[in-house]
Ligand binder design. Structure first.
Ligand code: ADP
Ligand code: GN1
Ligand code: MG
Length: 362
């Protein structure tokens, strides 16, 4: 039995008095190690990626607080409490997580039965529903005491900080890769002032902090397998205070690109305006009035900003030797950066159309 198996056995032993009949890798998440466990019923067992989430105990505190809050809210309105959010299960000893002998942290969730996740949208309506679910998630947490939340990853969506980080990587050029990326670095430099657009609005008091999800990809929504209706938002590791519209922007960046984020034929990389409009409609309905005038106005800009930010993160990682994002070949991060910048360029050319669509939804 290898070390990995040994740790799984240890984790299973912490949660189950009798060894479960089944435990296999599950899902397509990129961050944590996820397993489907079958014993008396189905469970999701996860090993938290502590190289990214360095304070797992604080992270679990966030998840417990937020899920309890959502359950209370749904209970108040007589909704389906069993599937409205993740359910953290205790170890035999009553702890909310398990730390194994190799210092790996584990947690066990109820398996949310009768649900599916989607890696790509099959139709526009699914993206509308995804927007509605992430908007609703924010609405339910609108009165959560945000100052009690820990920050699991510092500066995750601090775009000016991401820009500075890129410039540091350019100056250091530790891998000697800068000559391959001059055009992309210039692309980011040309947009330096744009990086601060949300921070400036925040300083002017127009952009409030909300409790946000911060990883608003389509596959972090569970859909009912029969009705196709959204059931809940999962993957709550990055929940922390942030700008509401950053969640909107990251969904558009990841879900409304006409190609995948590793596509190297950049002529295929475009913003799908129909998907943009559908998501915006769903998100605004889900938020149900919790966004102010400035936030609504900045929705298109937030999609552009998060796309620029993500491109800069890929580019930084390329220059620093691929230490953060998993890569499948040596230039993968450079190609991802080019892809994001191509998407941004297309968004820039469609800004007026995006704004008109948002105006129509007001
Ligand atoms: P990652 O952070 O690695 O993306 P996730 O928490 O998103 O990990 O989990 C990975 C996948 O596991 C999800 O996309 C989903 O398919 C499945 N999953 C996670 N939690 C549950 C759950 N409670 N019920 C059913 N499926 C789940
Ligand atoms: C990371 O691994 P994945 O795709 O779930 C990253 C996101 C980026 C995304 C880009 C915690 O998420 O912020 O947008 O890659 N998550 C973290 O593909 O850094
Ligand atoms: Mg996920």
């Amino acid at each position: 039995m290898n070390q990995r198996d040994l740790n799984i056995s240890e984790a299973l032993g912490a949660y189950f008095a009798k060894v479960p009949s089944y435990c296999e890798p599950y899902g397509n998440g990129y961050i944590n190690d996820t397993f489907l466990v079958i014993s008396d019923k189905r469970y999701i067992l996860q090993r938290i990626n502590t190289s990214i989430f360095t304070r797992p105990v604080e992270l679990m505190e966030n998840i417990l607080g937020v899920t309890e809050h959502i359950r209370n809210k749904v209970c108040q309105v007589g909704g389906d409490v069993s599937r409205c959010t993740l359910v953290v299960l205790p170890t035999i000893e009553g702890e909310n997580y398990f730390c194994d002998s190799s210092d790996h942290y584990w947690r066990l969730y109820e398996f949310t039965e009768g649900t599916v996740t989607l890696e790509q949208v099959e139709n526009v309506d699914q993206f509308y529903k995804c927007g509605k679910a992430f908007g609703y998630f924010q609405q339910m947490l609108a009165d959560y005491p945000a100052n009690t939340l820990h920050e699991p990853i510092a500066n995750l969506h601090n775009t000016p900080w991401r820009y500075e980080n890129l410039m540091r990587a350019v100056d250091n050029d530790v891998c000697g890769r800068l000559s391959e990326a001059m055009k992309e670095v210039q692309f980011a430099k040309d947009r330096e002032a744009f990086c601060s657009i949300l921070e400036e609005s925040h300083r002017e008091g127009k952009l409030p902090l909300h409790v946000t999800h911060n990883d608003t990809k389509l596959n972090n929504i569970l859909f009912d397998e029969i009705t196709g209706e959204p059931v809940c938002a999962i993957d709550l590791d990055t929940v922390m205070p942030g700008y509401a519209i950053t969640d909107f922007g990251d969904s558009i960046r990841s879900g409304a690109n006409t190609a995948g984020d590793s596509e190297t034929d950049l002529s295929k990389v475009k913003l799908d305006l129909e998907l943009f409009g559908a998501y915006a409609k769903g998100f605004l309905e889900g938020c149900n009035g919790s966004l102010n005038e400035t936030e609504i106005e900045l929705l298109p800009v937030s999609a552009m900003l998060i796309t620029l930010e993500c491109g800069m993160r890929f580019l930084t990682d390329y220059l620093e030797g691929d230490t953060y994002f998993k890569i499948h070949y040596p230039d993968h991060n450079l190609h991802r950066a080019r892809n994001q910048f191509a998407l941004l360029q297309d968004m820039e050319s469609k800004l007026d159309q995006m704004k008109a669509m948002i105006d129509d939804l007001k």
